[in-house]
Design a protein around this ligand. Structure first.
Ligand SMILES: Cc1cc2nc3c(=O)[nH]c(=O)nc-3n(C[C@H](O)[C@H](O)[C@H](O)COP(=O)(O)O)c2cc1C
Length: 181
């Protein structure tokens, strides 16, 4: 190659803080993924929830390899995705830190599959682990939905590291539940 020819571009490798800053422009809801190992309720805050397939009904989310709750939930093979409402910022914060007592002060009951259903959540999605795929410092979990319900309210949103909601939108009436037959 002659010295005056353009050099091939160096592979782009954004720094983790740049990934966080730019991907933070993709506004998401927030969920708490819960499970129960037969002794203790388990859960962690998670924004990476996505609807994947309608038929079969699949959802996905991405636990970090550093998550201490996910390996214990994974071992049970089932979980509940609790989509948080805009008055549950404290719940979001409580499940975003490592603690043996994450459920202290949180109202919950057992969903049909035994995972904790957090009261006041906007939506509750029960699912069985279908498969998991390694992806860098996270894993991509795909789970088969077995039951789901939604209630009136407004979502807790996460955008550029901060929280918000649809303050100018009325909480649409909604009471829906379905489960696999
Ligand atoms: C708004 C928000 C979104 C988060 N999303 C994720 C996520 O998608 N995946 C993940 O592994 N951790 C996510 N976290 C971080 C975990 O909640 C946090 O690391 C927690 O301590 C993990 O708990 P554990 O060690 O009990 O699993 C998020 C935290 C916050 C505050």
């Amino acid at each position: 190659m002659g010295s005056d020819e353009p050099r091939p571009a160096a592979p782009v490798r954004p720094a983790p803080q740049d990934m966080r800053a730019v991907l933070g422009h993709f506004c998401t809801g927030i969920a708490v993924i819960t499970g129960h190992d037969g002794h203790n309720p388990l859960g962690f805050t998670c924004q990476s929830v996505t609807s994947v397939s309608l038929d079969p009904p699949y959802v996905s989310f991405c636990p970090a390899l550093s998550s201490t709750s996910w390996p214990m939930i994974r071992a049970t093979g089932r979980m509940c995705i609790n989509v948080l409402a805009d008055d549950q910022e404290a719940v979001c914060a409580q499940f975003a830190r490592r603690s043996h007592d994450k459920f202290a002060g949180v109202d919950w009951s057992s969903a049909g599959n035994g995972s904790p259903r957090i009261h006041g959540a906007l939506a509750t999605i029960e699912a069985d682990l279908e498969f998991e795929h390694g992806a860098g410092d996270h894993t991509i979990v795909v789970a088969h939905v077995t039951a789901l319900e939604a209630h009136s309210g407004r979502p807790l949103l996460f955008y550029r590291g901060d929280y918000g909601s649809f303050a100018d939108r009325p909480a649409e009436p909604m009471n829906y539940a379905a489960s696999a037959t």
